[in-house]
Design a protein around this ligand. Sequence first.
Ligand code: GLU
Length: 496
Amino acid sequence: MTNSLKPARVRMAPSPTGHFHLGSARTALYNYLLARKTGGQFILRIEDTDRKRFVEGAEEEIFDSLNWLGIPPDEGPHVGGHYGPYRQTERRDIYLEHAWILVEKGFAFPCFCTPEELAKVRQEQQERKQNPHYSGKCRALDPTEAARRIEAGENYVIRFKMPYEGTTTTHDHLRGAIVTENRYLDDFVLLKSDGLPTYHLAAMVDDHLMDITHVFRGSEWLATFPLHVQIVRAFGWDEPVWVHLSVFLKPSGKGKMSKREGAEALKDGHSIFVKDLEQLGYIPEGVLNWIALMGWGVAEDDVMSLEQMIERFDVDHLTPSPAGVNFAKLDHFNGAHIRLLPTEELAARIKPFYLRAGYSVDEPTLLAITPLIRERLVTLDDCLAFGGFFFQETVEPKPEELIAKGLDAKRSAEIARKAYEIFSGLPEISHETAEPPLRELVEELELKPNQVFGILRVAVTGQTVSPPLFESMEVIGKEMVLARVRNAIEILEKMG
Ligand code: GLU
């Protein structure tokens, strides 16, 4: 039913209170997929009414991360739309008006209790081992008396008048019906004394006014879900389809993901923040594939493009079970998507990593090495480890690594000299010209290919792991290969 052809209007509603993380990215992605699948709209709404937690720059990070991921909103503060404004602090009057509609309908009331009074009541309740809740004092106030006090300039909030009895039945798309006894709920604040709404009021009003059909949000909102449903019903509005997404578990699988785990991940070259993932050399295709499957009950490691995800997405397939944050899977998907990129595209994406590391990059070399290193890349910045030597004038092999397994420095130097002679006699060094005589040399000396090629690999690339040797030498060119082998011979001779 949820994937009927009716265009969905979905929203992500982040608070600009910190970095854009995996959870936000997953919500954004599911929104985007459903919108694209049904020909609907994906809306970005900035929930910035909690001024104490506001973080400068967080809003820009949200836009940047969505753009980088390639799932930009159709409507939002930067792109506009017919349902704006899309920043909640610009919608104050709307919330004020709606809070008073609920008061007039008898579902809410102004409350004049001071913070001190509330704290005192809370303390008394705690002493009596009761759950803290609003005392109910201002519920009974006569409306004319309340109006007089407001007129006189007294501070007030507006609270929801939670029924003391009965139950509320809510319906979560992934969990089914949930029945809550109203006595466990509180007279929640809807409008604060600064005139700004709480999430409870603002989100319900906006979701209605913005014609939202499906609400994807974190399962931390399940606790106040009955309140939200009561607010929507009090207004007499239709409810959206509610989808509370699963929580994320630590990589160890034990317990919820926390800020501390985030910091640990970074030490290990991973991160739960989208902006860091970009810096670390992850590509949007890999990140999207990874987060898509956290909470999506399809085969575990299906490599999917965004188009394929749109094709296959189905709200009915989402699962409420907790999702493990498994960075090995991120690496798997990232490598897989890197290998799917056309050469020119991958070259363009690794280039900034070379430039940032201080290499001067010429296009022909970049294009020539990209297919050689592609297979080995897990993240884009691996291009430095596997292919930095292509852009260096000289390499500095570790002397001990130039010695082939089972041989000594003297013998290794001899082998290098023989290879040098072969290379000098070639018109140019290429895979076709250099490999056959080198293989003959291996046989003639009754050695293993790895012994001979190992010396040359370290001599020419400066490292023990490299892209295919002969192809690499072809890119480096005869002159530079000879210079590097000569240098290796000198080093080996000094040791021997
Ligand atoms: N501002 C809320 C949050 O960041 C939004 C929750 C929702 O999507 O309704 O958690």
